[in-house]
Ligand binder design. Structure first.
Ligand code: SF4
Length: 263
């Protein structure tokens, strides 16, 4: 059976993560483009990202906490659309909770770094490259230039902190952003900085040659498989506890007889 929908034009770090977790999830989300309703967590993530994006579009000297708070109204209008409100059942109580949590995040963020002292090379930076016939595309939260003149990839995280033995998954998306930056800008970012703004914690990692090569190779090999499964007309399901736990397609798979991992 061939797909009616065309093969996606490019592979992003988050779609690659979908594919690596379970190719069937990639099929549903990226090939068939089945809508995934917002959750409270995804809506809050977009809400907070909106505020930081607009804060960093200001001149450095104007990036104050008051300025950050001034974007809350626009975030409500642009992110909490009627559709999102319906999908996450946003009543007055839930909205007050989101606003209070966002305000706490803004306050905590200003204890983590001073945005007025940061040299930003780009915010919500869209980068597309082709490596070994693999079209890659990503949107970086922020690309900074540090005091030594090096590029640093910065990613905001609104979810929970990984445990202290954080694994390769924690940095996987950002490492692929490093591949994109190197290919596009002909300059390798030296560091990845993950800002866990809900907890006020920062996790950093240096970018190495090994990592760059491994991430590029994982992406190109995944793209070959994606093309192959696309031509076959079916992407295999690889259920696992981690993959199925928060998957939007759980019921769809269960009804189709896929042996999904119990929740
Ligand atoms: S529910 Fe599990 S098996 Fe089905 S698409 Fe999601 S991750 Fe894959």
């Amino acid at each position: 059976m061939a797909f009616e929908q065309p093969l996606p034009k490019s592979l992003s770090p988050s779609r690659l993560a979908d594919f690596q977790a379970c190719p069937r999830r990639y099929q549903y989300a990226s090939v068939e483009r089945i809508a995934q309703p917002a959750s409270y967590a995804t809506a809050k993530g977009r809400f907070v990202h909106y505020i930081f994006e607009h804060l960093f579009k200001l001149e450095a000297a104007n990036r104050t906490i008051a300025a950050a708070r001034s974007f809350v109204g626009a975030a409500r209008e642009n992110i909490l659309t009627p559709q999102v409100r319906e999908e996450i059942a946003l009543d007055e109580e839930v909205e007050s909770r989101m606003l209070a949590e966002t305000d706490a995040i803004i306050e905590r963020y200003f204890t983590m770094e001073d945005p007025r002292a940061i040299t930003s090379e780009g915010v919500e930076l869209r980068v597309g490259v082709t490596i070994d016939d693999t079209p890659l595309f990503g949107i970086l939260d922020r690309l900074d230039r540090d005091d030594e003149g090096n590029l640093v990839i910065v990613d905001y995280k609104t979810g929970a902190l990984p445990n202290r033995n954080y694994d390769a998954h924690t940095f996987a998306n950002a490492e692929l952003y490093a591949v994109l930056c190197e290919e596009k800008l002909h300059e390798r970012p030296t560091k990845i900085r993950l800002l866990y703004v809900s907890q006020g914690e920062t996790i950093e990692k240096n970018v190495s040659d090994v990592v760059i090569k491994a991430r590029a190779s994982a992406a190109t090999s995944a793209w070959k498989k994606i093309r192959h499964f696309y031509d076959d007309g079916i992407f295999p399901a690889t259920p696992s506890k981690n993959a199925c736990r928060f998957c939007s397609f759980y019921e769809r798979c269960r009804e189709a007889g896929v042996p999904v991992a119990p929740r």
